[in-house]
Ligand binder design. Structure first.
Ligand code: DGJ
Length: 730
């Protein structure tokens, strides 16, 4: 990032130069390698002077404390508000009881508190007229180089106020050019990479989908500085994410001085928040990191933070599994399930998950049009009960998991008849259905208790249920709450807070249960949900070719340990691609491996391959879960996809390579260059998941610097060829 050229412009345009204060206040918020510099201007406005590589002596920034702002702004305000000279996108926009909108925050005090790896800086700002008080809280994760910020907004006045915008944080960057990478998509097509060079004015990425907030856009981004594309290993990159599982808004505003202001927060859409006198609103976390070595290092920083702090159970390895959905859908009996359990155990998988279809008595769940809300076992399908199936699985040495969709109700259910007032709705209007279902109003504490009870009761169906798949299969559209009465503006915020309340209570009672966050696939993938969930169902799309794109992009922000990735039949209900079983395994093995098919439909040869892949995965999966990722080739940029995970001590690694398009043999095999190894070490390279190797160097020992700089050229020539290699230092 170039040194702040705005300084010159600011100084030149000073309206009034005030004498420098006796004591300049520079507040460095630092990690091992990065630094955010906040500084109090002479007029008391808190500015962001720098975010990027760490500068040894932050007091040098005192020289930048020059005056009180310019005719057309207060410079890069650390938390811009509507009011004063500021006319850009506000982090905070307040409407006061008298109808006025002017908020001007000035520095009041700050504290710094170190607790091991986390250094917390709290800066308090205050509007002396309205008495609004804002605390900017920064947790600086030293080793991971991640800053996590949130804001506490206190109405210190005597009248209620309305918060029209209330972002979690604001971040100023300074460069000549910015390339924004973000993620869009839809059902079965989540996390598609998108990007553009930012132009002046404001780019907004927003979700108004309520529940499935990330089905289209994800609350995360990467901004590359002084370049027109995202580069993996070079250049300065800032990557960030908002930890919120509902409507969100990210804005990127480039001003006339070419500064970029990034705001991240809850979307203000239909969510004006009334704050009573003396009340505080706490925003969700906005986390971000800086890399001077491209997107790769930015991802590794975020992943390390996520594993250590951001994901429930982030340090643990979750089991391989067979899920009943694509193998049985709604049509099964106890017999079907026991057979699948037998097969899962025989293949060496570690858990069986009973998906949708096991419940509903008066309204049996035989399709997606009935039963949601009535969480009692359908004894027509499973007369012996869940306990019997779970015990059978446990007896075979498998863990047992079960599916619920607790936020939803089918009109055809006893629940819908008993509690129509619990459904999200507006008076006098038809309650619109999607996937034949309605959403329950989680802003209502009674509904929160009910949803808590669904999970809790399901856990009682058998001793030792190990895993819950929590699904959520529709967005909120025509919102409204019978509970909130005239305070409908609180709905979207309190819906999400409602889920978090439920999850907090459940985690207190079930700290060890593995809980998957599923939402028609990856409809709820964010660091807010991941505080409570162990993993995500990355996408309903299990087609391995499409998964290459989804997983590559997911992995830019979220680590592989959360990415459930299942091998399914081909062609399946999502795409017509007929990918070889090996390609499907090789893709699934780069995340949390599972299977989602009827194992009995595999041929003998396929079963043997499956056994081999599962066995070897269990040997190296600690690398997938805990290793550092290095992406070697992007499917978005060429005909190959390749990545590797390297152990922290750089002694072991696993490398995944895939060909996504037919290659002319005359051209020769593509050369990949490994990364993250110790150049001075020698590694034995073993190809996995095959009988015979597709690289001449497999089975041999190679120098780290050869593998990284000379590279390796497995013969991946046909579309959907793939190869997996295991490396161990000798
Ligand atoms: C959507 C999920 O993403 C699928 O995996 C499956 O659980 C179905 N719901 C069941 O209805």
């Amino acid at each position: 990032m170039k040194t702040l050229h705005w300084i010159a412009a600011t100084v030149a345009a000073l309206v009034t130069v005030l004498p420098a204060s006796a004591r300049k206040t520079v507040i460095p918020v630092e990690t091992d390698h990065t630094q955010l510099i906040l500084a109090v201007q002479d007029n008391g406005v808190l500015q962001t002077l720098h975010f990027g590589a760490k500068i040894a002596d932050p007091s040098a920034f005192e020289a930048f404390i020059t005056g009180r702002g310019t005719d057309n702004g207060e410079g890069p305000m650390a938390y811009p508000t509507t009011g004063g000279r500021y006319i850009g996108e506000p982090a905070l926009h307040v409407r006061y009881a008298d109808g006025y909108h002017n908020t001007q925050l000035f520095y009041k005090s700050h504290t710094v508190h170190a607790n091991g790896n986390i250094v917390t800086t709290v800066v308090t700002l205050q509007d002396k007229v309205t008495l609004m008080e804002v605390k900017l809280v920064f947790d600086a994760y030293q080793k991971e180089d991640v800053l996590c910020t949130h804001t506490e907004i206190l109405n210190g006045g005597k009248q209620p106020v309305e918060l029209l915008n209330y972002a979690s944080g604001s971040l100023y960057l300074d460069a000549d050019q910015y390339f924004l990478t973000h993620f869009h998509g839809g059902w079965a097509d989540e996390m598609q990479m998108d990007g553009e060079v930012l132009t002046h004015d404001t780019k907004v990425i927003e979700s108004r989908r309520g529940t499935q907030a990330t089905q289209c856009n994800n609350p995360s981004f990467l901004v590359s500085l002084d370049t027109d594309r995202l580069q993996e290993n070079v250049g300065e990159v800032v990557a960030g994410a908002l930890a919120w599982s509902g409507n969100f808004r990210l804005s990127f505003e480039m001003d006339e001085a070419n500064r970029l202001n990034i705001l991240a927060g809850i979307s203000p859409f239909a969510s004006t928040y009334e704050l009573a006198a003396g009340q505080t609103f706490v925003t969700p976390d906005f986390l971000y990191t800086f890399s001077g070595r491209g997107a790769g290092q930015a991802s590794r920083n975020l992943h390390a933070w996520a594993r250590n702090y951001g994901i429930y159970g982030g340090g643990q390895i979750n089991p391989t599994l067979l899920n009943s959905w694509e193998g049985a859908y709604f049509t099964f009996t106890t017999e079907t399930l026991l057979r699948m359990i037998d097969d899962a155990a025989a293949m060496g998988l570690e858990m069986f998950v009973l998906d949708d279809g096991w419940f509903g008595k008066d309204y049996p769940r035989n399709g997606d049009d009935a039963g949601l809300g009535d969480w009692e076992v359908n004894t027509a399908k499973i007369p012996e009960g869940i306990d019997y199936v779970a015990s059978y699985a446990h007896g075979k040495g498998l863990k047992f998991g079960i599916w619920i969709e607790p936020e939803m109700v089918n009109p055809q259910s006893n629940l819908a008849h008993a509690h129509p007032e619990w459904v999200v709705q507006s008076p006098g209007r038809e309650m619109l259905q999607s996937r034949n279902q309605w959403v329950l109003d989680l802003s209502n504490p009674a509904v929160q208790d009910f949803v808590y009870g669904i999970f809790d009761n399901t856990m009682q169906l058998a001793p030792n249920i190990d895993y819950i798949k929590w699904d959520c299969n529709r967005v909120i559209s025509d919102f409204g709450s019978t509970y909130l009465g005239e305070e409908q503006d609180r709905f979207y915020v309190e819906y999400v807070q409602g889920i978090y309340n439920v999850m907090r209570r459940l985690r207190a009672k079930y700290p060890d249960t593995i809980v998957q966050c599923c939402s028609s696939g990856g409809g709820r993938v964010d660091y807010g949900a991941l505080k409570y969930f162990n993993e995500i169902w990355t996408s309903d799309n299990t087609d391995a070719f499409t998964r290459a794109y989804i997983q590559y992009a997911t992995n830019l922000i979220y680590p592989a340990c959360i990415m459930a990735s299942h091998v399914s039949a081909v062609p399946n209900h999502q795409t017509g691609n007929v990918t070889p079983l090996k390609f499907r395994f090789d893709i699934a093995c780069s995340g949390r491996l599972g299977m989602e098919l009827q194992p009995r439909n595999l041929t003998e040869g396929e079963r043997a391959l499956a056994d081999r892949c599962i066995r070897s995965y269990k040997e190296y999966r600690d690398l997938v879960f805990m290793g550092d990722v290095y992406r070697l080739a992007s499917p978005y940029e060429g005909d190959y996809y390749a990545l590797m995970y390297v152990s922290q001590d750089r002694r072991r690694a696993v490398v995944f390579t895939y060909c996504t398009k037919y290659q002319n043999r005359a051209v020769g095999a593509h050369v990949f260059r490994m990364d993250g190894l110790d150049p001075a070490r020698r590694y034995k390279v073993t190809e996995l998941n095959v009988n015979r190797s597709c690289w001449w160097g497999s089975g041999q020992v190679h120098a780290g610097d050869f593998l990284m700089n000379g590279g390796f050229n497995p013969s991946l020539l046909k579309t959907f060829d793939s190869a997996v290699f295991y490396l161990e230092a000798d």
